[in-house]
Write a protein that binds this ligand. Sequence first.
Ligand SMILES: [Zn+2]
Length: 445
Amino acid sequence: MLILNGTLATMDDQNRLIPDGALLIKGDRIAAVGDSCDLQARYPGEQVLDAEGRMVMPGLICAHTHFYGAFARGMALPGEPPANFPEILEKLWWRLDKALDEESVRYSALVCLVDAIRHGTTTLIDHHASPNAIDGSLDVIAEATLQAGVRASLCYEVTDRDGEARRQAGIAENARFIAAVQAEANPLLGASFGLHALLTLSDETLEKAAAAAAALGTGFHIHVAEDLADQRNSFKRSGLPIVERLHRHGILGEKTIAAHCVHVDDTEVEILRETGSRVVHNPRSNMNNAVGTARLAGLLRQGIRVGLGNDGFSNNLFTEMHVAYLVHKMARGDPRAMPADAVLRMAFAHNAEIADLFFPGPLGQLSPGALADVILVDYFPTTPLDAGNLPWHVIWGIDGSSVDTTIVGGRVLMHHRELLTLDEAAITARSRELAAEVWQRMTSR
Ligand SMILES: [Zn+2]
């Protein structure tokens, strides 16, 4: 397939902006990048997709999300509103996850996948919980993601909070699914070993999980120091800060994703850096839960390649970029606190490095040999646009709702905003019925 007449933002090492650019896709990879006239002349017989002047960019990557949270949309919790993060977990998330059955797990994922394709998010790294439907839950989500045609890496969050049997079932679900993904080697599927957060994990559970993951040669996906309550709990249990406790149990490393890291001190940052652990920033979630603002500038300055996630918010990563750009300025009282190019590095280069853990990339760039995950965006700039100022155009001018076409591995999943792999109306209708049942189960328990 030949995509012609686009404004190409390559987002690779060369960081080129190619006006009237073209992209040749062969199989699931990009074969050539260049000028429209040139590529059209060199590849005359190719099927053509006319970008009609739209921006052509790599598909977006979400480095931390929760498909299972989809049915929380619109929910007004009865009773006193939660006053802090532990209460948010207890009153909302730990009641919602228990109310999910297999079908609601599937439709929660499908709802998020529609949202992702619509907003140009082509790779998602998910963290799943459904304590009353653990066995096989990752297969159910994998089926939904394959039906949608996006790339997804999945895990089940192991925790002690639902008792011994469910802890063991969570460990088994991770191990079973990781082994299956390794055996199948589907280019759209990845897996890691999920852990909730140290707040709900005993030393014994960490040892069991570390042993199971080591046997499979995989890393972890865990919430780290999201709220101060997590740090307080760690000191109470072990006398150690979170990151040190994780390190002692062999949880950190280049294959491990540490979501949040809002409350980490300099020593912990150094351990994260030394171990090569991947840190993921989720600014909308941090603001919503009022847990604090990650010391992002400090983490980036230390050389940590922080990525960007949505933690279950809408799968519009453009909005996440906009918020990341704004919140640090306000929190630090300094308009220089978070430049747009730093935000785009997190969303593209750093997230692509994290996604490389699961998919044989490169991802997140338009360059020959890269995976053909591409979006076409309705953006026709009213001010000069070049490679140098592109980040400020993305922050000030581009939103996910402007995505016109979404392509993953050379397969068109949405064209002119029409979804080609998922029946949005049917998914919406069924999810509304299932969500009503889930809400009912939440309030009747
Ligand atoms: Zn999360």
